[in-house]
Design a protein around this ligand. Structure first.
Ligand code: S3P
Length: 432
């Protein structure tokens, strides 16, 4: 990651059409399931970004043939038992999804492997995958008393478990589901709150037996997955930056095409509506088992503060930084609680956004599990830090457009983790 600086000046509004980059979560899962399936699969509209390419390199290191044709992947899967021992440490770089989902796959693969990553990933909690995978019989260890990466895994025969997740996490749920594929019998996972369900939606399409009932997901081990074609919709989380920018800047009108609107991902849209924003989904359809729409955002409505917490949090977990930017424009005090998980994302996102938004002039209070923001304080351009976190970088870029004067964003190239071309799109849509 470079130490590059981006300079952005305040703009008046955003206008135009925008096709967001492909969904990161679904792209990871399509590569993983295609690699575990027998035979040929394709992934159309695959997200070519740093995180998802880490998953591609990982499966190549495990012996899977993956060809890239533009934004289409052609994958020749070897079956669940067909992966081979990697000759080196697998570098997951910045990607928590790669590391956690892969740990579930490797727990059931009878060879030795080591997973590591960049400075940020090596500080992220891994006990949450180690504990359930050990319960299933895997030999798996982590640094510092099993807290952090690198992870060392000696996979083998697994037994099914019934596991209640202590925190809502789609990554941990998916790791256990993937391990459950090779366990003998039925594995059940119960979540405290609903998290994104892309794995549950995709698994049956590859031939796995899944039963979802409320917050419980069951998977039958032993089924053979068969290759198939997957089309990846646009990423709601990437579109969110442009959504908020358009909604808070008077005179804006942006149509976001082909965006995934899975209800486990669209919490931000519900909150923005509650705040009074003019936002509407059109042309609802389905692509590869995921709901998709075009979303029209018109700026200028006065926004009012709202309280956000409880079961809404997992549905907007990645949108916290950009939601904070929207809150600076709302009348009253917006509060977000029950979001302590944000402290262990690519950065401590509560601290990062509180520190940098304060520099820009926002009036806010930081809490262990959230934040409160008193809206309508004028933002003024200044120099801000991204902490190498893509979503902090993009959120601060939108704040910079709303601010008076010029903002310098240090270490901005981390946007490539999920949204290569972000600054070009911003330049194209933002008008003086
Ligand atoms: C993801 C799950 C979420 C999310 C992350 C992607 C996934 O993480 O924050 O960006 O693709 O499963 P957690 O499972 O840690 O909540």
């Amino acid at each position: 990651m470079g130490l590059d600086r981006i300079e952005l000046t305040g703009k008046r509004y955003l206008r135009g059409e925008f096709v967001p980059p492909s969904d990161k979560s679904i792209s990871h899962r399509a590569v993983i399931l295609s690699s575990l399936a027998k035979g040929r699969s394709s992934v159309k509209n695959f997200l070519r970004a740093e995180d998802t390419l880490s998953t591609v390199s990982a499966f190549r290191a495990l012996g899977v043939e993956i060809k890239e044709r533009g934004d289409e992947l052609l994958i020749h899967g070897k079956g669940i038992r067909g992966l081979k021992e990697p000759g080196n440490v697998i570098d997951c770089r910045n990607s928590g999804t790669t590391m956690r989902l892969l740990s579930g796959v490797l727990a059931g693969s009878s060879f030795f492997s080591v997973l590591s990553g960049d400075d940020s990933l090596r500080r992220r909690p891994m006990q949450r995958v180690i504990a359930p995978l050990r319960e299933m019989g895997a030999e798996i260890w982590g640094r510092d008393g099993d807290k952090y990466p690198p992870l060392a895994i000696r996979g083998g025969a697994l037994k099914p478990v019934r596991y209640s997740l202590p925190v809502a996490s789609a990554q941990v749920k998916s790791a256990i589901l993937l391990a459950g594929l090779s366990a003998e019998g039925e594995t059940e996972i119960v979540e405290p709150l609903q998290s994104r369900d892309h794995t549950e939606r995709m698994l049956p399409a590859f031939g796995a037996e899944i039963a979802v009932k409320g917050l419980s997901v069951k998977v039958k081990g032993g089924a053979e997955l068969k290759g198939r074609d997957t089309i990846v919709p646009g990423d709601f989380s990437s579109a969110a930056f442009f959504m908020v920018a358009a909604l808070v800047m008077k005179g804006s009108e942006v149509v976001i095409r082909n965006i995934g609107i899975n209800p486990t991902r669209t919490g931000l849209m519900n909150v923005l509506k509650r705040m009074g924003a003019d936002i509407a989904a059109e042309h609802l359809r389905e692509i590869s088992g995921e709901p998709v729409a075009d979303i029209r955002c018109r700026g200028g409505n006065e926004l009012r503060a709202v309280s956000i917490g409880g079961d809404e949090i997992p549905l907007l977990i990645d949108e916290f930084p950009i939601l904070c930017i929207a809150a600076t424009r709302a009348e009253g005090v917006t509060s977000i609680a029950g979001a302590g998980e944000l402290r262990v994302k690519e950065s401590d996102r509560i601290k990062a956004i509180a520190t940098e938004l304060r520099k820009l002039g926002a009036d806010l209070e930081e809490y262990p599990d959230g934040i409160s923001i008193k809206g309508k304080a004028a933002l003024r351009g200044c120099e801000v830090e991204t902490y190498g976190d893509h979503r902090i970088a993009m959120s601060l870029s939108i704040a910079a457009l709303m601010a008076e004067g010029t903002t310098i964003i240090n270490n901005a190239s981390c946007v490539d983790i999920s949204f290569p071309g972000f600054f070009e799109e911003l330049k194209r849509l933002a008008k003086d």
